[in-house]
Design a protein around this ligand. Structure first.
Ligand code: ATP
Length: 311
């Protein structure tokens, strides 16, 4: 009997994203409300048959797992995988010497699409590694998350959050009223740094005072006027096809349509108890024009919990 662990890594959308000045470390200040969605990657962590015991992971600076140690399988993502870095860093930071594992990621969240797929996978990998090490809820998870990326801390315990700083400061946020989310993926990919650079080029951004005032207004909840994404025009400038998706989501009945994070994915918000149903009907109607169009719903930590499967 071998212990196999599974967890879902929800994609996210930003119900609002306000862009502030650039910090000395080169990252932008921002204020954003992030919502995890039922559109999720599926991660499985299992013993790696024939793998040799390794004493420790690579040093903290390492971006990939040591050869002969853990293995990460993730179709659809080329190059270094953030989940591999998460696993390697968890071993290095905690000294966990459990037998080598294979981490398999089934990607469902569109890649380089503004839905935080890589960050969500990294956060889920930390949860899985802590379970495998017999330390669920290990404080090392919170310590390692910001080292892996500014968007990782908000996804460690998926729930609606307000983030500030460059995204690494995370506060819980009261769940918005019931709604469904139409997700319209793009055929194109956008790199997050490129979109921030384009925002700078276009002169998009707010001063520190305006950003602080918006954060304050969000304390009273997410008023409809606050549902907006400052990165949207930068993403549209790099990927003009976004305009079609925004119009299609509105025409299909979404009360609001906006770019998700740094794009190019577009989300349509359908409010009310029937929101999920209306989003599903819109996704079905648009799937010909927008391959991968899907309806999603907001999810919480239970959805992303690590579950043990005995083989
Ligand atoms: P952000 O978190 O900045 O919003 P995103 O949602 O736009 O990012 P991701 O899907 O996380 O984008 O992919 C960004 C880049 O990260 C891709 O170019 C991809 O090669 C790399 N990457 C590394 N690991 C992963 C992973 N597990 N899933 C997706 N992309 C990954």
């Amino acid at each position: 009997m071998t212990e196999v662990l599974r967890a879902l890594a929800p994609g996210k959308t930003n119900l609002c994203l306000f862009l502030g000045p650039t910090r000395p470390d080169g990252l932008h200040e921002l204020v954003s409300v992030i919502e995890p969605l039922s559109l999720a990657d599926e991660l499985t962590l299992e013993p790696l048959e024939g793998g040799a015991l390794v004493a420790a992971g690579p040093p903290l600076a390492g971006e990939t797992c040591a050869a002969g140690a853990d293995e990460v399988v993730c179709a659809g993502v080329e190059g270094p995988n953030l989940a591999a870095a998460a696993l390697a860093r968890y071993r290095a930071a905690t000294g966990w010497e459990g037998p080598p594992r294979r981490l398999t990621i089934v990607k469902r969240v569109p890649v380089a699409a503004g839905m935080g797929g890589g960050s969500g996978d990294a956060a889920a990998t930390l949860r899985l590694a802590a379970h495998a090490a017999g330390r669920p809820g290990d404080p090392a998870i919170a310590a390692l998350a910001p080292q892996l990326g500014a968007d990782v801390p908000s996804q460690v315990e998926p729930r609606p959050v307000l983030v500030h700083g460059a995204g690494e400061h995370v506060e819980s946020f009261a769940p918005p009223p019931p709604h469904g989310v139409l997700v319209l993926p793009s055929r194109e990919r956008l790199s997050t740094p490129d979109v921030f650079r384009e925002a700078d080029r276009l002169g998009i951004g707010r001063d520190a005072g305006e950003l602080a005032a918006l954060r304050e207004r969000l304390r009273d909840g997410l008023a409809p006027a606050l549902i907006a994404n400052d990165l949207q025009d930068a993403a549209r400038s790099l990927c003009p096809a976004i305009d079609d998706a925004l119009a299609a989501a509105r025409d299909a009945g979404a009360e609001q349509a906006l770019v998700s994070g740094s794009g190019p994915t577009v989300v349509g918000l359908f409010w009310g108890a029937d929101g999920e149903e209306r989003a599903a009907a819109a996704a079905a109607a648009l799937s010909g024009r927008f391959p991968g169009a899907v309806a999603a719903r907001p999810v919480g930590p239970d959805f992303a919990a690590v579950v043990g499967v005995r083989d």
